[in-house]
Design a binder for this molecule. Structure first.
Ligand SMILES: [Zn+2]
Length: 176
């Protein structure tokens, strides 16, 4: 994707995201209020209090084709268990009790925060285009951290893990 293509699509994308979050604001609950036992050992209290989760039957996906992003149309019709927009994530009802899913989406919240919305979306799009969903850099970071969380009790600072990995890949991510 050419940078000017992304720049043209970005206002539509971020507009849709803000509208979608506004439409679900009433159902959103802070992650801190949900009572998951392990999350606070990996993420700060501040992050868990400022991040919101919405349980929903189908996670909302932007109408990418009508935004000039039809090359990502396949991604947009996928059936995902969770998706994160800015400081809020949506989780599918069938998976809404899985702490590892919240952990995964919190990794994305830290990515959104660290990169900022425009760089996050540009990096996410470049990753999808070049590596596909599962192996895109921002997803593989989230899946790898989720695996560490699920497979052992070893504690680590998940926010630091993300910011360290992002600073290592920032240049490559931003250049696509
Ligand atoms: Zn993910």
């Amino acid at each position: 994707m050419r940078p000017e293509e992304f720049r043209t699509s970005y206002p539509h994308l971020i507009g849709w995201i803000r509208e979608t979050l506004g439409a679900h604001a009433k159902e959103a609950k802070t992650v801190a209020s949900l009572g998951f036992p392990r999350l606070s050992r990996y993420f700060s209290e501040e992050l868990l209090r400022s991040t919101k989760a919405v349980v929903i039957d189908r996670v909302p996906m932007p109408p990418l084709s009508s935004m000039g992003l039809s090359r990502f149309a396949e991604f947009a019709v996928g059936d995902y268990d969770g998706i994160t927009y800015l400081d809020t994530f949506f989780v599918k009802r069938r998976s809404a009790t899985e702490e590892r899913l919240y952990f995964h989406e919190l990794i994305h919240v830290v990515q959104w925060r660290s990169l900022g919305p425009e760089a996050f979306l540009a990096a996410y799009a470049a990753g999808l285009e070049n590596f596909g969903y599962r192996h895109s850099p921002l997803e593989s970071m989230a899946y790898n951290a989720e695996a560490l969380f699920s497979q052992s009790d070893e504690l680590f600072d998940a926010e630091k893990l993300v910011t360290d990995q992002l600073s290592g890949m920032r240049r490559r991510l931003l250049l696509g």
